[in-house]
Write a protein that binds this ligand. Structure first.
Ligand SMILES: [Fe+2]
Length: 250
C-alpha cells in the first residue's frame, strides 16, 4: 500500500546536459514545428530545460508530409534560423513503408546519425515485424546500424506485450530507442508500463524526446517518472552522447 505514495521523480531533474537523438524541430516538413519561429521557441524551451544538443529527425513517410526527400530536408536544414541554442544535427526518422528500400538502395544518401546509425519506425499498429525484416537486413548489409524508434508504442508490445516479436529485432543486433515521455505517460498507460518493464530489463540503448511541440515541452517540464527507472535512464542518456561524437562505439 505504501508503495502507492512513493515519491515520483520530476523528469526535469534529469535533463541537464541531455543530447537528444529524436526530435521534430526541423520546421515545416512534418507534424513537428510549423515554422522557424516555432522551432526557435521550442529550441529555447529545451535549452532552458538543460538540453545541449539534438538530432533533428523529420519523418520520411511515403505519401505524407510532401514526400520528404533527403535533398529537401538537407536544404531546409541549411535554412535553419539564426539564434538556435542547441547543437543541432540533421538525421531522419524513416518509416518502414513501401518506399523504404528506395532510400536504402541509395545508402550513401541516407540521413544517419554518428557512426552510421539509421533511425527507423514501424507503424504504431504493427502487430508482426516479419514483413520488414528483409528491408532492415538490407540496410544493415549496407553498413547501417539500425535504431528502432519507440518500440513501447507499437501494438505488438503496447497491446500484446509480445516480447518474442521484439526478439526478432534485437537478435539481429538492432538497437532500441525509448521515448523519454513514454515514462511520463504521454503515450498512454500501456506504453508507459511496457517502457518501464523494458528499461528495467536493459532492452534499450538510446533515449529520445520525440519532441514535436509545446505539448511535449510541457510534459518535460512538469512530468514525473518512477524513481526506479532513474538510473537505467541515465545510462541511456550517456549512450546518446556517443552518437554526437565523430564515431560511435555503441
Ligand atoms: Fe518521431
Amino acid at each position: 500500500m505504501f508503495g502507492i505514495f512513493k515519491k515520483k521523480t520530476p523528469l526535469r531533474e534529469l535533463l541537464e546536459g541531455f543530447y537528444d537523438i529524436h526530435s521534430h524541430l526541423l520546421w515545416g516538413v512534418d507534424d513537428g514545428c510549423r515554422d522557424a519561429e516555432h522551432t526557435l521557441a521550442i529550441d529555447a524551451e529545451l535549452a532552458e530545460l538543460g538540453f545541449k544538443g539534438a538530432y533533428l529527425t523529420p519523418h520520411i513517410i511515403y505519401g505524407l508530409y510532401g514526400n520528404n526527400t533527403e535533398e529537401g530536408l538537407r536544404k531546409r536544414f541549411q535554412e535553419m534560423p539564426d539564434g538556435m541554442k542547441l547543437e543541432v544535427r540533421l538525421a531522419a526518422e524513416y518509416n518502414l513503408d513501401e518506399r523504404f528500400m528506395e532510400h536504402v538502395e541509395a545508402a550513401d544518401n541516407l540521413l544517419t546519425m554518428g557512426g552510421n546509425h539509421l533511425l527507423v519506425e514501424f507503424g504504431l499498429g504493427t502487430t508482426r515485424v516479419d514483413a520488414h525484416l528483409g528491408d532492415l537486413f538490407e540496410a544493415a548489409l549496407r553498413g547501417k546500424n539500425i535504431i528502432i524508434a519507440h518500440p513501447e508504442r507499437y501494438a505488438f508490445l503496447a497491446e500484446e506485450r509480445n516480447y518474442h516479436e521484439l526478439e526478432k529485432l534485437t537478435s539481429k543486433g538492432y538497437k532500441l530507442q525509448l521515448n523519454l515521455l513514454s515514462l511520463a505517460g504521454l503515450h498512454g498507460d500501456k506504453a508507459k508500463r511496457v517502457a518501464e518493464e523494458m528499461l528495467l530489463s536493459g532492452k534499450y540503448t538510446f533515449v529520445g524526446s520525440d519532441v514535436h511541440s509545446r505539448v511535449y515541452t510541457q510534459v518535460l517540464r512538469e512530468g514525473t517518472i518512477s524513481p526506479k527507472v532513474v538510473e537505467p535512464l541515465r545510462e541511456l542518456m550517456e549512450n546518446n552522447k556517443q552518437l554526437f561524437g565523430p564515431t560511435s562505439k555503441v
